[in-house]
Design a protein. Sequence first.
Length: 153
Amino acid sequence: MWKAFWRKWTLDKPAAFGDWLWQVFVVELAARLDRLTLREVIAFIPVVILVVAYAHSIPIPPELILVGDLLAYIDIFSIILLLSLVGRAAAILYAVRRTAEQVLGLVSWARMRLLRPDSRHRRTSGARNPGRLFGRAKTDDDGDGLIYGAASA
């Protein structure tokens, strides 16, 4: 009986306690670290700042407290930031759309003003410049003094 009692309290109980410590501090901690996200790490930073603040007698500057509050309320701050960005993006998109409509209206107006009524049809394949009437003739025998066509040398 004493041998069983001695074995139980010197071998079995410490081994079970060691197994429990291994399970809690190694296995479960490793599983928790595998599931850890950046958001949880950022949310834990204010706790670290508070522990450091109370552990030391040196006062914390207000900037660190503000950073801690910002990190503590990161969800609310991110929602406000996203809503403000969406609102600003909607205003910018509206301004870009209105500017594009005005530019397209100006282009269509300029096109209508610059095009001649029947500009889709090409000219006939004749002489590019029709002949013109030039000044007086070189001799008096040439008739009325006007030459039709190109000037002769």
